[in-house]
Design a protein around this ligand. Structure first.
Ligand code: GLP
Length: 244
């Protein structure tokens, strides 16, 4: 796991956007995995800027998102489908048919998860998967638990995640479950980039980079990934000692 500590989130956004743009330039049919949350918004703005300035086409790119709430209409303003379109997809020349989300309104959630994993396999796997991190160390919606769940699955959100994300919803309207790629799906991506900014992520970053790899901090599994890069600002890196 390679750790980059940068001065601020603008520098992180620029560096991470560049990695994505370089991948698209190198392979115009690449498969990209995206994440939601406040953290990647600046990175998405930078991708749009580079896309416009460097005239790079996303026309043959395929995208997969990490997760989606259950029982929230696709066009609800808080669905991750809406978020990604508003923050990134509407500004690129992606084909809608190449944009994939887990369907949190599927009749059979287990089948939907299998179908999503099959789709990822059919296109040859994800080239770069972007990740944020929850304050409790979750990635996607893989919440802390007794085991690392390998496959895509339905998850009951923890109180920590509900507290962090409920600010986006009208009172008590936040779904309490979601579908998420599993740890195995994330670990299968050829490259993984995790971004963390702000002091409220400092504890999670400390735990994910410490020696202990544990499902109690799901992000710590990335220590086993051959090509994982972590980008933190100074606030998120506050508890890291110099030897890391
Ligand atoms: C949600 C998403 C995660 C994201 C996390 C952190 O729970 N499912 O993918 O990493 O929030 O969000 P933020 O960047 O807003 O702190």
């Amino acid at each position: 796991m390679k750790l980059h500590i940068l001065k601020n989130d603008d520098l992180i956004a620029e560096s991470v956007a560049k990695i994505f743009i370089d991948k698209v330039r190198e392979n115009p049919s690449a498969v990209l995995g995206f994440a939601t949350g406040a953290t990647p918004i600046k990175t998405y703005k930078q991708i749009i800027r580079f896309y416009n300035e460097e005239k790079i086409s996303f026309n043959n790119i395929t995208t997969f998102n990490l997760d989606e709430y259950c029982k929230l209409p696709k066009d609800d303003k808080n669905s991750y489908y809406s978020f990604m379109h508003e923050q990134l997809f509407n500004f690129l020349d992606l084909k809608e048919k190449n944009i994939f989300f887990l369907n949190g309104n599927a009749e059979n959630m287990a089948e939907e998860c299998r179908h999503y994993q099959n789709k990822i396999a059919t296109v040859g796997g994800i080239d770069i998967q972007l990740l944020g991190i929850g304050r409790n160390g979750h990635i996607g919606f893989n919440e802390p638990g007794d085991v690392f769940l390998k496959d895509a699955h339905e998850v009951r959100l923890t109180q920590s995640t509900i507290n962090a994300n409920s600010k986006y919803f009208t009172k008590n309207m936040m779904p309490n479950s979601a579908l998420t790629m599993g740890i195995g799906d994330i670990m299968s991506a050829k490259k993984v980039i995790l971004i963390a900014t702000g002091k409220e992520k400092a504890d999670a970053i400390y735990r994910m980079t410490s020696n202990k790899i544990s499902p109690l901090c799901p992000a710590s599994v990335l220590q086993f990934h051959q090509n994982a890069e972590v980008f933190c600002d100074e606030a998120a890196a506050e508890f890291l000692s110099n030897e890391i």
